[in-house]
Write a protein that binds this ligand. Structure first.
Ligand code: MLT
Length: 411
């Protein structure tokens, strides 16, 4: 009999969102009437249609695929030049950041890239994550054998947890210990917090001083509404020497089902071999992508490119304003219900303290059973998330208004 990867057996329960899905399905099967009024504000999945500019570009690309002269087979594994150039220009160079076209690697999702990046990093690294945290960072390290077992709170031996709480505004403080790899996510999933320039400067300074690599997840960057908040880690001098950035078209362009994202790996970013020689990670990531990935489809990349047109940008703006309008309604409802709330200003997630020492899963059950609303229990994001829950504002306006009414009725 073949051996399996024992590390998978260390994973606690299911991945958070399938686990929520399992509980919701059980509830719906047992309560068919209540199931009809169920509103899902759990997983952060977009609900509004793809922007028109994207659809037009994709239709055109489909037609190109239908003619021998313009048909395309395998594309470049790193992404088509037209999209890499559009990204580097509009997202970085237009904002004064030095990022070359070939430092952009187009992929089918930031979740995939956050996991895949471990392929090019050593197994002996000390890994730090914020707590609460997007579970993918932790689970992929567990799968890769970078941790020990989980304790009763769900914390894995060998990982460095950086507590995020009300005291630090849910932004991790730079630790006194050294880590080789630090995952940072701003705007943050799940808490909706953002890091100021000063806070990110402190992280870059820490990284440069300790030879640390920052894995910076900026999937929700488009939701930043307050002036002065950095949209990219590369706004901070020195970040090209210590950071990889992940970005996605899922939440700005509504691509959660269409699938397109990108990762920036600067050529100046180095790591070392066991024997102490320095090597650039750009070449390794390029090798990894060429070997294990065949690129995102031409049709989808043309759709993503259209997001950078004037029409595309205006249509993104309309989508963001829809979801952020939802966030404002939800924030107001939970505040009126007497609960403490964070997020929802620079992020599509509302982070709420549960009332009167209710646990996160008790709150999940209460919202499901009494309000027929699906939320995400904070403890699913790590032990520091216990006593909180997350509401996603990705929904129709009518659904969000109804959720607001039900939250008030429950109070
Ligand atoms: C979430 O709900 O946290 C997101 O949907 C996760 C993701 O984008 O993978």
């Amino acid at each position: 009999m073949a051996f399996l990867n024992d590390n998978y057996l260390k994973l606690r329960a299911g991945y958070l969102f399938p686990e929520i899905g399992r509980r919701v399905t059980a509830f719906c099967n047992a309560n068919p009437e209540a199931a009809k009024r169920l509103i899902r504000c759990g997983i952060g999945d977009v609900t509004e249609p793809l922007p028109e500019a994207v659809r037009e570009a994709m239709h055109k690309a489909v037609d190109e695929m239908g003619a021998r002269e313009t048909f395309r087979g395998y594309g470049p594994e790193q992404g088509y030049e037209f999209l890499r150039t559009a990204i580097a220009q509009h997202d970085y160079r237009d904002h004064g950041m030095e990022v070359a076209d070939d430092e952009i690697f187009v992929s089918d999702g930031s979740k995939c890239d956050c996991g895949a990046i471990l392929d090019i990093l050593g197994a002996e690294n000390v890994i730090a994550v914020m707590d609460p945290v997007y579970p993918v960072y932790v689970d992929t390290n567990v799968m890769a054998g970078h941790t020990g077992a989980a304790d009763e709170t769900g914390a894995y031996a060998g990982l460095m947890y950086l507590p995020c709480n009300e005291a630090n505004g849910f932004v991790a403080d730079v630790p006194s210990e050294r880590a080789d790899i630090v995952y940072l996510c701003f705007p943050n999933n799940p808490t909706g917090s953002v890091a100021t320039r000063v806070q990110l400067e402190a992280w870059v300074e820490y990284a440069l001083k300790n030879d640390t690599i920052l894995l910076y997840d900026a999937a929700y960057e488009a939701y930043i509404s307050e002036p002065g908040i950095p949209h990219s880690i590369y706004e901070i001098p020195g970040a090209r020497e210590c950071a990889i950035e992940f970005r996605s078209f899922s939440k700005n362009g509504g691509f959660t089902g269409t699938r397109c994202a990108f990762t920036v790996v600067p050529k100046s970013l180095m790591a070392r071999t066991r024997s102490g020689e320095k090597h650039g990670l750009h070449a390794l990531w390029n090798r990894r992508m060429s070997t294990k990935f065949n690129g995102v489809s031409y049709i989808v990349q043309r759709g993503a490119e259209a997001l950078y047109s004037a029409e595309g940008k205006a249509q993104i703006k309309a989508l963001l304003s829809h979801y952020m309008g939802n966030a404002a309604i939800l924030r107001e409802a939970v505040t009126k219900a007497g609960l403490s709330v964070w997020g929802g200003v620079n992020a599509p997630y509302i982070w709420v303290k549960t009332p009167a020492n209710t646990t996160s899963w008790e709150m999940f059950d209460r919202m499901l059973n009494e309000a027929n609303v699906v939320i995400t229990p904070g403890s699913g994001f790590g032990s520091a998330g216990e006593g909180y829950f997350r509401i996603s504002s990705f929904n129709s306006r009518a659904n969000v208004e109804e959720v607001a009414r039900r939250i008030l009725a429950l109070a």
